[in-house]
Design a binder for this molecule. Structure first.
Ligand code: ADP
Length: 260
């Protein structure tokens, strides 16, 4: 798993929406970075700096205007089976049970049904939802629905989990709980995770490294390694390393004039 081919490599990536029109928006300009297999990467930056655009390009949902993005040595073009995505609003289908929602990728990708169902069960247990398989989404809290969407994103066993503000709609207490859960899921599953977040504490708490983006057009200003031991707990937030890294990132935002 450690060969260079397992890395995600982003080189000279730019994205302009409405290219050639008067309403042209340069969302990303010359982004360069490398993501190691099994890494947990947090991406922070001010609103509108292009974080979601970067994630959608990584997911193969939209094309770059220029530059190269590759995974395992292959260019990312179009949606790929080895990527799972979780968005802020979990978009579970309200009329399907939790397990049938988690099974959706099996239907879309034509996976063998029995094996996929077993895997859905196992994943629901991993995200702490054993016993909720036959409930409807409306019977679950927001945090539980997000756990179900994480299980769904992992059903087809992708190598990379891309998460766009997955806990942004949750209250602060649930969000802290979900951060602990996500750390556990990451360490148990061995996946590479790219997490987009507005929250500097969340980015530092979860990441092995934090990518800090500039205001639009987004560039990758700096990568900040986080050397806190794992598993991290709520007490880690009082650790001098945590405080120092969070301050460092905040200072980068301030320097870029990004804090309002
Ligand atoms: P972030 O996730 O950091 O808030 P986004 O990636 O959503 O930022 O957006 C970056 C910029 O690109 C914003 O100015 C946004 O308005 C613009 N943008 C995003 N998607 C589109 C689109 N489909 N068409 C035009 N402009 C877009």
């Amino acid at each position: 798993m450690d060969s260079a081919a397992d890395f995600i490599s982003i080189r000279g990536l730019s994205k302009t929406f409405g290219e050639g029109t008067t309403g042209e928006v340069v969302a990303l300009r010359n982004v360069n970075c490398t993501i190691r297999a099994g890494d947990f990467v947090s991406v922070v930056g001010p609103s509108g700096c292009g974080k979601s655009t970067l994630l959608r390009i990584l997911a193969g949902l939209i094309d770059a205007s220029s530059g190269n993005v590759s995974m395992g040595g292959q260019a990312i073009r179009g949606t790929r089976r080895d990527i799972g995505v979780v968005f802020q609003n979990s978009i579970l289908l309200p009329w399907r049970t939790i397990i049938d929602n988690v099974m959706l990728p099996a239907e879309v990708l034509g996976l063998e049904r029995k094996a996929a169902r077993q895997r859905a069960h196992d994943l629901l247990a991993m995200v702490g939802l054993a016993g909720f398989e036959d409930k409807l989404p409306s019977q679950l809290s927001g945090g539980m629905q997000q756990r179900a969407s994480i299980a769904r994103a992992l059903l087809h066993d992708p190598r990379i989990l891309l998460m766009d503000e997955p806990f942004g709609a949750l209250d602060a207490m649930t969000r802290e709980q979900m951060n602990l859960e996500l750390q556990r899921i990451w360490s148990e599953s061995g996946k590479t995770i790219v997490l987009i977040t507005h929250s500097i504490p969340e980015a530092v708490f979860l990441g092995n490294v934090v990518f800090v983006m500039t205001p639009r057009p987004g560039r990758l200003d700096c990568t900040v390694p986080i050397e806190l031991p794992r598993p991290r707990t709520m007490a880690s937030m009082a650790d001098p390393e945590f405080v120092a890294r969070a301050q460092e990132i905040r200072a980068l935002f301030n320097a870029a004039g990004a804090l309002h």
